[in-house]
Design a protein around this ligand. Sequence first.
Ligand SMILES: Nc1nc2c(c(=O)[nH]1)N[C@H]1C(S)=C(S)[C@@H](COP(=O)(O)OP(=O)(O)OC[C@H]3O[C@@H](n4cnc5c(=O)[nH]c(N)nc54)[C@H](O)[C@@H]3O)O[C@H]1N2
Ligand SMILES: Nc1nc2c(c(=O)[nH]1)N[C@H]1C(S)=C(S)[C@@H](COP(=O)(O)OP(=O)(O)OC[C@H]3O[C@@H](n4cnc5c(=O)[nH]c(N)nc54)[C@H](O)[C@@H]3O)O[C@H]1N2
Ligand SMILES: [Mo]
Length: 705
Amino acid sequence: MCGLEIVARGDEILRIEGDRQDPFSQGYICPKGVALQDLHADPNRLRHPVRRTPSGDWERISWETAFDEVATRLRDIQTRHGRDAVATYQGNPAVHNFGTVLSFPSFARTLKTKNIYSASSVDQLPHMVAAHAMFGHGLLLPVPDIDRASFFLVMGANPVVSNGSLMTAPGMSRRLEALRRRGGRLVVIDPRRTETAEMADQHLFIRPGTDAYLLLAMLQVLFAEGRVKLGRLASFVDGVEKLADIVRDFPPARVAAVTGVAAPTIEALARDFAAAPAAVCYGRVGLSIQTFGTTAQWLVNALNIVTGNLDREGGAMFPKAALDPLERFTAGHLGAWKSRVRGLPEFAGELPVAALAEEILTPGKGQIRALVTIAGNPVLSTPNGKRLDAALATLEFMAAVDIYINETTRHAHIILPPTGSLEHENYAAIFHHLAARNTVKYSPALFAPAEDTRHDWQIFLELETRLASRTPFEAVQAQLRRGVRMGLGVDGMLDLAFRFGPYGTGLFGDGLTLAKVKASVHGVDLGPLRPALPGRLWTKNKRIDLAPELLTRDITRVKARLAEADGAPSNDDLLLIGRRQLRSNNSWMHNSERLVRGKARCTLLVNPEDARRRGVRSGEMVKIVSRAGEIVAPVEISDEVMTGVVSLPHGWGHDRPGIRLDVARRYPGVSLNDVTDERLVDEVSGNAALSGVPARLERVAPDPR
Ligand SMILES: Nc1nc2c(c(=O)[nH]1)N[C@H]1C(S)=C(S)[C@@H](COP(=O)(O)OP(=O)(O)OC[C@H]3O[C@@H](n4cnc5c(=O)[nH]c(N)nc54)[C@H](O)[C@@H]3O)O[C@H]1N2
Ligand SMILES: Nc1nc2c(c(=O)[nH]1)N[C@H]1C(S)=C(S)[C@@H](COP(=O)(O)OP(=O)(O)OC[C@H]3O[C@@H](n4cnc5c(=O)[nH]c(N)nc54)[C@H](O)[C@@H]3O)O[C@H]1N2
Ligand SMILES: [Mo]
């Protein structure tokens, strides 16, 4: 979503800079944008399908052979073991790839399997479950109107580094500086004093996993002191009394010990938030990847609603993108079926990835025997990755649609590599829908695709066509569908989406078309976010439920845990959290020298007091031990983390045999997800609780060498 100006000669990129004329990003660029040139030129990037040989080498095969073999193997396994024996896992870059967004769903439907997984359940699933329960659609996600807010309460997010997530807004530091310049206030609640916290008026440490308590207490203060003011929302919000009832049991004094935030601080925060002309509470990954993920996201919405800040300028608003994903994707349903082994609920047709390894390893009807991964690296990105790593090695068949042979795809029998991101057109369908300003932008392919290569969407279409052709009649149908989609291409489909979208006027008229968007190379500004409720709600009665049964049920668990915390003897466990770094992108941009060089970054942050108590020193190697496993990492002593908390970035651990990442393997680090625990989940959604994992430190005897 950052406009880029790329200067190239032939196939060589000379320079990448931020596009100053982009109406949204206004010249902002981050190091990962610059590193696109390394991806483009990376000799490790696959350009042709490869098949693993019995000796563990890789041989090049033709696309036709690759498509035929993958389809035949998948279909054969489904014939022998049932439909659910084939699983798919879709990773994060899939959502950034318009071709995949368009074509993956029908490919997955063709498989007719219940075993559909994605990175959603190590990320934003709790947001979606809360949005579905309250607003009627899992993708109706409120976005902070950051450019007009006067009070920005950030919980479990570090937008200065992550650049904003479910809040697309390039140039976050600039936007936060502007907020403070206009007299606004920034408060950050995080177990680590982050880069965002450094810019804030106030930073509060919070014990990992306890945000629900803090939010309940803030709500309690607002109700008790008569500060609840829904304003125009009152006419379409239900459940205010029910919420008032629930929060009564959580006065600040009751939650101070468990959260680590003093009662008067909670009271003042609640009052200031309610008094601000336009305030917005924003809770992101740190709130979702914890055991109370969905409850926390529900309460964030509730706080915005009872202070009248939902759908208000400067509050939490709903963008209007040129292509509306709400129209295109399912609104969602929760728990229509459960995972076979542990009974975790599906949401919108997907099962939580925390269950993937056990579904592969546990024998019985419905056991997963084959897997297709798409733009994902679950060995490094999902809980207890080591166990999944072992599970993948037992599969009868695995295929990967990916550009690298990495920790996950090394288990594949066949890898189908798509073109690089500069070799196809780009439209950020999902991210315009989550943006802090309405804009539309299309980027044409900069380079012609290398010879004999395929785009992601073409790969799915080819596989789908083969899989859908069970009978001669179905084969004809599938070929026809393929013909239409090949003919339209991504451009054709996008043009139709614009014409029939919120800014279009159909086939005729002077509404938005792809041609118009293409003509504005820097992007088209469609203006600031505008109030959209109740019209945009997807609930049947066009009303918001502030206290839906699905969510309020979890309060029982919240209370039980609070009572447990009261009685628990203190032990020596620390709580392990992650952290993101500017020159990193989950697990997969570590093969760019410019992003990984310098001081080793995969260090364990330990508070000075915890370090002293355990006698560990800076630079020393320590073993981090959890229920799921153990890893060894160097200590970095820092009061950036609160006492009782340690932090390690995720996405590292490039020392596994068989990967083809020449740069990354020189900066391996260790994988945080070898110690995160697949058994720790947010019970409402099944999202992995990757943050706040109990762990202890052990000193490692000095290496005799
Ligand atoms: N402990 C801990 N774990 C976490 C997190 C955390 O905060 N803490 N964060 C979680 C979050 S939010 C996420 S989103 C997940 C990410 O988890 P994943 O999506 O599983 O992992 P990525 O590292 O994003 O891997 C992306 C893969 O896509 C490939 N790729 C890149 N571009 C393309 C493309 O255009 N097409 C195709 N087909 N492939 C491509 C890359 O080679 C790489 O293999 O990690 C999660 N894991
Ligand atoms: N540079 C860079 N940018 C990225 C990515 C990347 O890997 N690198 N990944 C992208 C992706 S896939 C995503 S989803 C977004 C995520 O975007 P963000 O949500 O902004 O990502 P994080 O930096 O992981 O921020 C999570 C914060 O939650 C804190 N935290 C952990 N546990 C708790 C808790 O229990 N309570 C509270 N209150 N805080 C807690 C952590 O200390 C951390 O500061 O970033 C995206 N942008
Ligand atoms: Mo993510």
